[in-house]
Design a protein around this ligand. Structure first.
Ligand code: FRU
Length: 287
């Protein structure tokens, strides 16, 4: 049970410009609203690392009871998180990691497993060979790194060739621009693997503008109902891999920490793949 009737949780979100992050905050809020003794204060760093560092420092000087953070980039947010821990503030890290393991609990899906499953799905779907464009998420963030290395492992030993790769920083407009370069350079592209659904959609828009969208498949990650899943239903995308936000779980864990209970250092969330064949029956679990 909780000792005090009011606890302040600081929630540092790296940006709210993408639907997936809006969903994460909504998941945190819905869970926290069930507990009248929790008050969550939200800060949006608007995709600015320095701003996010300042937000964490502000939460520490305000003396919040607990910090939840989804960091934009691993390295620059590591020190502010460590300082919060030094100040005795428990920290829950969501989705993107910091460097090392100085935090109370990390919650997120395993991006290496998701990337590998995407790679294997692509090998199977293309019959073992083909030309692929990889549009990577921000490579200074851990999901970008892991969705890349997992994917490369998944296609190992096949004749899948990555003919073009670029860092689109998780952003649809950047993905669209990078895809325009890929389209200009290659007359044959079999598939685009984007590290998130906004990236896959940006690539689709570029291909469509060039009249080439039917020539290739599009695979992404996130599987929000009104984004990736909808694109799969519409036939715009061929597969999307679910990336749960962990927002609700972060409040469960916060309550345990505030009550003085032991919590696991790592909580790994599952994922599902959605394709034209299974999207109406809820997708299929991956492992
Ligand atoms: C949103 C987002 C998601 C992606 C996640 C990775 O900012 O780019 O699309 O799955 O972050 O951290």
């Amino acid at each position: 049970a909780l000792a005090k009737d009011k606890y302040i949780i600081g929630m540092s979100q790296c940006n709210l410009g993408e639907p997936w992050r809006v969903q994460m905050n909504a998941d945190v809020k819905a869970a926290a609203d069930q507990h009248p003794n929790l008050e969550v204060v939200y800060k949006d760093a608007q995709n600015d690392t320095l701003k996010q560092r300042a937000h964490v420092e502000e939460f520490v000087s305000a003396g919040v009871d607990l910090l939840i953070i989804s960091p934009k980039e691993a390295q620059p947010l590591t020190e502010p998180v460590a300082k919060a821990m030094d100040a005795g503030i428990p920290v829950i890290v969501l989705d993107r990691r910091v460097v090392g393991d100085k935090y109370t609990c990390f919650i997120g899906a395993d991006n290496k497993i998701i990337g590998k499953a995407a790679g294997e799905w692509i090998v199977k779907t293309l019959g073992g060979k083909g030309k692929v464009v990889e549009l990577k998420g921000l490579m200074t963030s851990t999901p970008g790194q892991d969705r890349n290395s997992g994917f490369r492992e998944g296609i190992k030993g096949s004749e899948i060739e990555v003919i073009f790769e670029a860092d689109m920083k998780w952003l649809e407009p950047d993905a669209r621009k990078e895809m325009e370069s890929a389209l200009a350079r290659f007359d044959k592209i079999d598939l685009v693997y984007a590290h998130n659904d906004p990236g896959a959609h940006g690539a689709y828009l570029a291909a469509k503008a060039a009249g080439r969208e039917k020539e290739m498949k599009f695979v992404g990650i996130d599987a929000l109902p009104h984004e990736g899943i909808m694109y799969v239903k519409q036939g715009i995308m061929d597969a999307t891999f679910q990336y749960p936000t962990g927002g609700a779980e972060s409040i469960d864990i916060a309550l345990k920490i505030l009550a003085g209970e032991q919590v696991p250092h790592e909580i790994t969330l599952g994922s599902r793949v959605f394709t034209a064949e299974n999207v109406d029956s809820g997708g299929e679990a991956i492992e």
